[in-house]
Design a protein around this ligand. Structure first.
Ligand SMILES: *Cc1c(COP(=O)(O)O)cnc(C)c1O
Length: 712
């Protein structure tokens, strides 16, 4: 089986001296290495932005004469050699964290997820779940975990968002140009494509396998757009999260069943099988089917596989869980149960759940029952999950429901601004990234002079402001924009104003409009003379989520009001690129979920790592991180009755803004204009949040609590 290419598609030839740029383009390692990115943006930083940080498009559009020039430029070549020395060292490192800590552990961890958020050029994610999966793969690579990712490759990916003048979300679906992405088709030695097959009642479906290299971690993605499949099946992997439940159940069969078959076709023998959310739960039965085929009875086969299965739940509300009506299971899985040697009823019983709408086949129930490792994604979410799934273990009291928690983290390298990284290198030592999760190292934060840290923060806010203004300008030039939309999209953003970011999926429980509950009071807060505040919103709603789209409209209509003077804005088309600018540039990261609906949340961790302060409801991760000195809380640390939660939270929000946040930011400036008490708080946040909510800490916990027991 071969996949690796080191030359670019369409016979694009690079000058010999710099031809390894092709190799670099085919490995996402550069995504979290700012020095490697400079190999592109040093040549033409404007073009690098225009091609949305896509090395393939970039190299294709740079005139050959320019590449030839750089292939002879001493300074460029020094950088080039430095980057490839790092790259080679990274790929060949035998002393990874895993190798040093678990030298005897063989085997492979298979990691299944419906979405992976790795970079803005690969829109195969919709939000936090996908970004978490992407960060998981990157950190697994950094730590040398023997992990392999499995997912689907969507030919159109997740949609791009446009907001109409009236605030209505429009979705734009364009085919992704696979040729311009670091994707390689897995082929037989004779060059033909390797296919796996999954049987459905209407016939057998073929899928090809694509490989993506995430540093040292391979990610395999399935795609059914193959000529020999019927036209409906060719559409199966067009989009992420179809609203049509027929397509959804088929996609989940493809992921769970097809994913196992793909790993087998590639020669993998995983010893731990991790399902990130319930979408992949059919994996449990496919593994049992393999054993049934060798003569093991079904029940015994399920039990045997259970010991090496791991399931992570992310959904604290019953309605949010993935379940299918039984007729749908009959329709798509009836060919399957004979292969398991069981009846229809036995199959249905694996995942029976009594939902509001009658009996259903619940993917999380299947996964929870047949995984020995089970975890929620924050402490509070752990206790909510134990309560929610107590009915699976009716003999146990709620505290003994066997679901543990591992709180989420973020891949620091992906989200950290280059200038802050430089500051850490200067004060913590060049290899500070190896100790990212060590609170001891972060004690040294006090060595960084306030004015140096503040200068970087100001730089990042300016950079963000200018970037968003330029983005609006380009959109306006392109046409179809009313001038009020230009203002609404950030044309009047001011780099010297206290800036609050609110960006995430527009799901109603996240209460994006909470801050506007008393709009006149909000206006009086943001329009104070000499101490203004600006708020930046961004986020998509799922195209089938009408309440989510109405919420965007409500926010957008408020954003367009002249009274706010362009200080409340909505940025279209939230993605990892917009997220990176926001988490690096804003002063305050605000999150207002209805507690306890936010399983974890991760964007606030990204913001904290860049020196923004969190100002959020004590739900999910923030409840664990907040210590009174490293940010601010909205509302109390307790459950408030539904009827009054909005009111309690919004009062707390306005009061804290007025009495604490705004004065701390604008007052107490020293002669160099540095707000020292604010910077003290930033340092408290950096040193407590960054280590604890890093993906490094998270993967160490997964390894010790879940992976190693499964592998044994
Ligand atoms: C981090 C991230 C998320 C997750 O945001 P939360 O609201 O904190 O869960 C969603 N979308 C994108 C693009 C992200 O980068």
């Amino acid at each position: 089986m071969t996949t690796f290419k080191t030359t670019l598609p369409d016979s694009l030839v690079l000058p010999q001296r710099i031809n390894r740029l092709a190799e670099l383009s085919y490995n996402l390692w550069w995504v979290w290495n700012p020095t490697a990115q400079r190999l592109f943006n040093k040549i033409d930083s404007n073009l690098w932005e225009r091609v949305n940080h896509n090395p393939f498009l970039f190299l294709r559009q740079i005139p050959n004469s320019v590449l030839t020039h750089y292939s002879q430029d001493g300074q460029y070549l020094a950088l080039y050699d430095q980057v490839f020395q790092l790259f080679d060292q990274y790929l060949n490192n035998k002393n990874s964290w895993f190798a040093e800590n678990y030298p005897k552990e063989g085997g492979t961890i298979a990691y299944f997820s419906m979405e992976f958020g790795l970079h803005e050029t690969l829109p195969i994610y919709s939000g936090g779940l996908g970004v978490l999966s992407g960060d998981h793969l990157k950190e697994a690579s950094d730590m040398g975990l023997p992990l392999v990712g499995v997912g689907l490759l969507y030919t159109e990916g997740y949609f791009s968002q446009r907001i109409s003048e009236d605030g209505w979300q429009e979705s734009i679906n364009n085919p992704i140009e696979f040729n311009n992405l670091p994707l390689n088709i897995v082929r037989h030695p004779d060059g033909s494509e390797l296919y796996i097959e999954v049987e459905f009642p209407d016939g057998t479906v073929k899928a090809r396998i694509w490989e993506l290299r995430v540093g040292r971690t391979p990610l395999f993605l399935l795609d059914t757009n193959i000529e020999s499949n019927n036209p409906q099946i060719r559409q199966l992997t067009t989009r992420l999260y179809w609203s049509d439940i027929n397509l959804r159940v088929m996609q989940e069969v493809l992921l769970g069943v097809g994913g196992v078959r793909a790993l087998r076709a590639l020669g993998y023998k995983p010893t731990a099988w991790h399902m990130n959310e319930g979408h992949a739960a059919f994996m449990t039965v496919e593994r049992a089917r393999e054993l049934v085929a060798t003569g093991v009875p079904f029940e015994a086969a399920m039990e045997q596989c259970k010991a090496s299965n791991i399931f992570t739940t992310h959904t604290p509300v019953p309605a949010g869980n993935d379940e299918f009506p039984l007729w749908l299971v009959d329709k798509y899985l009836s060919t399957y149960w004979p292969q398991l040697n069981i009846s229809r009823d036995t199959f249905i019983d694996l995942a029976k759940h009594h939902a509001n709408w009658g009996e259903s086949f619940s993917m999380p129930v299947l996964a929870l029952r047949y995984s020995e490792g089970r975890n929620a994604v924050s402490e509070l979410h752990g206790s909510v999950s134990r309560k929610m799934w107590n009915n699976i273990w009716p003999d146990r009291d709620v505290h003994n429901v066997p679901i543990t928690h591992v709180t989420n983290g973020v891949h620091t390298g992906t989200w950290l601004a280059r200038r802050l990284g430089n500051l850490y290198s200067k004060y913590f030592g060049a290899n500070w990234q190896d100790h990212i999760d060590d609170p001891e190292m972060w004690v040294k934060i006090k060595d960084i002079p306030n004015n140096e840290l503040w200068a970087v923060r100001n730089h990042l806010k300016r950079k963000m402001t200018l970037y968003f203004q330029e983005r609006v300008r380009q959109r306006w030039i392109k046409g179809g924009y009313h001038p009020v939309q230009v203002i609404a999209s950030g044309a009047l953003l001011d780099p010297y104003v206290l800036t609050i970011g609110f960006a995430r999926r527009f799901a109603t429980y996240k209460r994006a409009s909470l801050v506007m509950d008393d709009f006149d009071r909000l206006l009086s807060i943001i329009n104070q003379p000499n101490r203004p505040v600006q708020i930046i919103f961004s986020g998509k709603a799922h195209p089938a989520d009408e309440p989510g789209k109405l919420l965007i409209q409500e926010v957008y209509r408020a954003v367009k009001k002249a009274e706010n003077g362009g200080r409340i804005v909505f940025l279209e088309d939230y993605d990892m690129n917009v997220a990176r600018y926001l988490v690096q540039g804003v002063d305050i990261w605000m999150n207002t979920p209805k507690r306890p609906n936010e399983a974890s949340g991760t964007s606030g961790m990204k913001a904290a790592a860049n020196g923004a302060l969190n100002f959020s409801v004590l739900d999910g991760w923030w409840r664990e991180a907040y210590n009174g000195e490293n940010g601010w809380a909205i509302g109390p640390d307790s459950e408030v009755p539904d009827a009054v939660q909005d009111h309690t939270d919004v009062e707390s929000l306005y009061n804290t803004l007025e009495k604490e946040i705004i004065p701390l930011y604008y007052e107490n400036r020293d002669t160099d204009d540095v707000p020292n008490p604010w910077v003290t708080r930033v340092k408290a946040s950096l040193s407590t949040v960054t280590p604890q909510f890093s993906m490094r800490r998270m993967l160490k916990e997964y390894t010790a609590k879940l992976y190693i027991p499964a592998m044994k």
